[in-house]
Design a protein around this ligand. Structure first.
Ligand code: IPM
Ligand code: MG
Length: 350
C-alpha cells in the first residue's frame, strides 16, 4: 500500500473547519480506494498559538515539515493579529522556505454553480502565480517613523532565475492542456525595469514551445477580457501580486471564492508542496458551520494529483461535481447546506 505523510496545518478561522472536512473526505476516499493511505499529522500553528507562544512556527518547525510529502493548509489571519504579522509568520516562511515558486490556481464553473457572467461556462482557466519574489519579496523598509519625513519603500524583485522558471513552468502546463494557449500578464508599459525583463524572458522561453500560442495582455486589460471574453483565455501567467488579484476575480466569476483551490508547488520536489483553499480565514462566518468546504476538497484533489494518485484525484473531482450538480450548496452559493451536509454528501458520493 502506498503511504503519504501529510502535514495538516488548519491555521485560523474557517481554516480549522474546512481542513477537518477535507481530511474526512480524504479518509473516505482512501478507504474506498484501498491502494493508498494517508498518515496525517496535525500542527496547531495558528494565531492563538502565536499569541500564546510568540511565534507561529516553533524552532525547528520547518525542518519537521520537510519530512512530509505534502502540506494541507487551511488559512491564516485573525482579527487580533495584524495581517502582515500572521502572513509573514506562517504562510510565507513555508512558501519561501520551501521554494514553492509556482502557485497554480484553476478556475472553472462547476456543475450546479451559477457564474455572475452570462457566458461563464466559457471559463476554464489555470492561473499560474509567481510565488517566490516580485511584489511579495519582502524587500523595502521604513525610516523616520511617525515624523512628517517618514518614508517607506516596497521593492518588487525580479530575478532572471525566478522569472525564467515560472515562465517555463507555465509553458509546460499550457502545453499539457488541450488549447495550448498561454497569456502573459504584464504591466511593462508603466513599470519599465522588472516588468520589461519579465516580458523579454517570456519570449526567450517561448522559443522552446513553438506548439504553444501566446498573447501578451496588460494586467488592467486582462480583467476586461476575463469578464467580456472569458473563452479567449486558457493558461495565464502573472506576477505574485497581479495573479493574487486576478485569481480572486477568477474565483468570483466562477461562482464563489469558497470553491477556489490552490497549490503552492516546488516543482523539482526538493521540498514538500503546500495545498490550500484560497478563501482565507473568514472570521465573519467562523464557528457557524457554514464554511464552503468545496475549495478545500478541490485542493485535496490537486494534492492527490501531485502525489501521483491521479485516479483518486479524478474520483474526488467527480464526487465534488456530483454534489455541486445537485445544488447541495452552502450560503455563499445561495444554498442552505452546512459544511457538514456538503461534506457528508461528498463522502456518500465517493
Ligand atoms: C492569497 C491570499 C494571500 C495573498 C493573503 C492572505 C495575504 O490573498 O493566497 O491569494 O495575497 O497571497
Ligand atoms: Mg489573494
Amino acid at each position: 500500500m502506498r503511504e503519504y505523510r501529510i502535514a495538516a496545518i488548519p491555521g485560523d478561522g474557517i481554516g480549522i473547519e474546512v481542513i477537518a472536512a477535507g481530511l474526512k473526505v480524504l479518509d473516505a476516499l482512501a478507504a474506498r480506494d484501498r491502494g493508498f493511505r494517508l498518515a496525517v499529522e496535525q500542527f496547531p500553528w495558528g494565531s492563538d498559538y502565536y499569541l500564546e507562544h510568540g511565534h507561529y512556527i516553533p524552532e525547528g518547525g520547518l525542518e519537521r515539515l520537510k519530512q512530509f510529502d505534502a502540506i494541507f493548509f487551511g488559512a491564516v489571519g485573525a482579527p487580533n493579529v495584524p495581517d502582515h504579522i500572521s502572513l509573514w509568520g506562517l504562510r510565507l516562511p513555508i512558501c519561501q522556505g520551501f521554494d514553492q515558486y509556482a502557485n497554480v490556481r484553476p478556475a472553472r464553473v462547476l456543475p450546479g454553480i451559477t457564474s455572475p457572467l452570462a457566458n461563464g461556462n466559457a471559463i476554464d482557466w489555470v492561473i499560474i502565480r509567481e510565488n517566490s519574489e516580485g511584489e511579495y519579496s519582502g524587500s523595502g523598509g521604513r525610516a523616520h517613523r511617525g515624523l512628517p519625513e517618514e518614508v517607506a519603500t516596497e521593492t518588487s524583485v525580479f530575478t532572471r532565475t525566478g522569472v525564467t522558471r515560472i515562465h517555463r513552468y507555465a509553458f509546460e502546463l499550457a502545453r499539457g492542456r488541450p488549447r495550448k494557449h498561454l497569456t502573459l500578464v504584464t504591466k511593462s508599459n508603466a513599470q519599465r525595469h522588472g516588468m520589461v525583463m519579465w516580458d523579454e524572458i517570456f519570449y526567450e522561453v517561448a522559443r522552446d514551445y513553438p506548439d504553444v500560442t501566446t498573447q501578451r495582455v496588460l494586467v488592467d486589460a486582462v480583467t476586461t477580457q476575463m469578464v467580456a471574453k472569458p473563452g479567449r483565455l486558457d493558461t495565464i501567467v502573472a506576477t505574485n501580486l497581479h495573479a493574487d488579484i486576478l485569481s480572486d476575480l477568477a474565483a468570483a466569476l466562477s461562482g464563489s471564492l469558497g470553491i477556489a483551490p490552490t497549490a503552492n508547488l516546488n516543482p523539482e520536489r526538493r521540498f514538500p508542496s503546500m495545498f490550500e483553499p484560497i478563501h482565507g480565514s473568514a472570521f465573519d462566518i467562523t464557528g457557524k458551520g457554514v464554511a464552503n468546504p468545496i475549495g478545500t476538497f478541490w485542493t485535496a484533489a490537486m494534492m492527490l494529483e501531485h502525489l501521483g494518485e491521479k485516479e483518486a484525484a479524478q474520483r474526488l473531482m467527480g464526487a465534488i461535481e456530483t454534489v455541486t450538480g445537485k445544488r447541495i450548496h452552502t450560503p455563499d452559493l445561495g444554498g442552505e447546506a452546512t459544511t457538514e451536509i456538503v461534506t457528508q454528501a461528498v463522502c456518500d458520493s465517493l
